[in-house]
Design a protein around this ligand. Structure first.
Ligand code: FMN
Length: 492
């Protein structure tokens, strides 16, 4: 059964014994971060937390609880998407992509439902008053300081909304985008929108700026967990995240008309901030912000969103995450993307066997990829191919190894790759776009990349010496030792 909203997700986490309710008053001013950070750093990602009585920046106890670390373990991430293992979704996508035309009429007919599955669960706009509009606040009553918006880290520029789905529409194609971009609260009814230049929301904004038109924006907090995840997924601009969420949850996402714009918002959201960006208006200073690199991202100029309405459920829960030195909750969101999108990468780079972005590499800094090498130079083909795909273009270091190496174990991947390289021969540098959060590149969002070919080298690649085998014990000796193991008194 698909989970329809944040409270259903919390209930399911609670039923698994994986939720800790914090009844004590905890300040949203850094205290909440320190507690959540300790949980997120514990093995396996720690429990989900519900802060029942957060205290506000302006003083006083908030009416609304704050939920943190809901997606912060492999098990909870799978629960959010209604599977036991995330690879099940990758397998489902791989099956859809296996579009080999079958033999015979029955085989062909059997294919039809498979193709239809992609578009089987489009979002559904519902009439009447949706749960997310139980309460509607407008005009002089708009006041974001009543919400428990945390200040995460000591040098942060202000309180931050960290787990939103930012809804915009492409003015040319009309296709919706939902992106997870952090948002700084800068006034009672004003926020700064940190959509980075490589992201789809920013592309919509640039287009609206060219047209000199006001851009409607809706910021959804909560909703069904598949939609929350989908906002963080690097989908191509032509794909609506709510359609993708419907595919993931095998049930449509219910939407409702916003009250002050023509956008649609998730009917099951906890809180929705409706507003607009006026591209003719000056940008505002956003940040600094303690970021998922583990360093502060520096203050910079971003668009201001004017809030025109706040709508919410009757007893809303405020969803939140903390980013900072890894590992954090966002590792699990990114890990889901890694697993789900692998079959799509394999479609254009079929030699890829597996791919992994370890937590320390914070996604764009390090990508391990294993390949089924069939010809010389193939490692370079794969690196260049990855650097040519969507947000993979931001990857700073790509390490390619052979298919027998488990890239999901970074210690194994480094061990083999470092053994297999002659640095001058096997390391290549190139240039390209760099993640906005990278503080070391020579220019803002522009710099160099490194590809490491950690595969076995072939004669055609100029390697003429003998290549040694990996040390492995023979089966006969292992069997003999297995048989005597209990008698040895070695307790491992
Ligand atoms: C917790 C979290 C916070 C994020 N914050 C930002 C952000 O502030 N700005 C940004 O551009 N991307 C941010 N991202 C990454 C985007 O959500 C991600 O790149 C997504 O694919 C963007 O959607 P889009 O491709 O529709 O633009 C964040 C991701 C997570 C998981």
């Amino acid at each position: 059964m698909a989970l329809d909203n944040l409270r259903a997700f919390l209930g399911a986490i609670d039923a698994n014994g994986d939720l800790v309710r914090v009844g004590r008053a905890i300040s949203v001013d850094k205290e909440l971060t320190e507690i959540a950070d300790r949980c997120m750093k514990s093995p396996g990602g720690g429990p989900a937390l519900l802060f029942e009585h957060p205290t506000l920046q302006r003083g006083g106890v908030s009416r609304f609880p704050v939920a943190v670390n809901l997606f912060g373990s492999e098990q909870r991430m799978a629960l959010a998407l209604g599977v036991t293992h995330l690879d099940e979704i990758g397998d489902r996508i791989a099956d859809l992509l296996n579009l080999k035309v079958p033999e015979g009429l029955f085989g062909k007919l059997a294919m039809l439902p498979k193709l239809a599955e992609v578009a089987r669960f489009p979002p559904k706009t519902v009439g009447g008053r949706p749960p997310c509009q139980d309460t509607v606040i407008r005009e002089q009553d708009l006041d974001l300081s009543q919400f428990p918006v945390p200040v995460c880290w000591p040098q942060d520029g202000g309180p931050y909304i960290t787990l939103p789905g930012v809804i915009t529409r492409d003015p040319t194609t009309g296709v919706r985008n939902v992106g997870m971009y952090r948002i700084q609260v800068i006034g009672r009814n004003e926020v700064a929108m940190h959509w980075q230049r490589h992201k789809v929301g920013a592309a919509h904004w640039r287009e609206m700026a060219e047209r000199r038109e006001t851009m409607p924006v809706a910021i959804a907090l909560g909703g069904d967990p598949a939609s929350i995840y989908a906002a963080s997924a690097p989908l191509p601009p032509a794909i609506d995240e709510f359609l993708f969420a419907g595919f993931l949850r095998r049930a449509p996402v219910r939407l409702a008309k916003a009250v002050t714009s023509d956008l649609e918002v998730p009917a099951e959201a906890e809180v929705v901030l409706e507003g607009y960006v006026d591209p003719r208006e000056a940008l505002v200073l956003e940040g600094p912000f303690g970021d998922h690199t583990g360093f502060y991202s520096l203050a910079d100029y971003y668009p201001k969103v004017h809030i025109t309405a706040i709508t919410m459920r009757s007893e809303p829960i405020w969803p939140h995450t903390i980013v900072g030195r890894p590992p954090m909750e966002d590792y699990y969101l990114g890990h889901a993307t890694e697993r789900i999108f692998l079959p799509l990468l394999k479609l254009t780079l079929p030699e890829i066997v597996d791919l992994h972005m370890p937590a320390e590499g914070i996604f764009h800094n390090l990508v391990f990829v294993s390949i089924d090498k069939q010809y010389p130079g193939q490692a370079y083909k794969v690196m260049n191919g990855l650097w040519g795909q969507g947000l993979m273009s931001l990857a700073k270091v790509i390490v390619v190894v052979d298919k027998d190496v488990s890239v999901r174990d970074p210690r194994e991947a480094w061990w083999v790759a470092l053994n297999h390289i002659d640095p001058e021969r096997d390391v290549r540098f190139t240039r390209g776009p760099i993640d906005v959060l990278d503080h070391a590149s020579r220019g803002f969002t522009f710099g160099s990349k490194m590809g490491i070919d950690g595969t076995r080298k072939w004669k055609e690649e100029g390697f003429t010496r003998e290549w040694p085998d990996k040390i492995e014990m023979d089966e006969e000796t292992k069997r003999r030792v297995d048989a005597m193991w209990k008698e040895l008194g070695i307790d491992l």
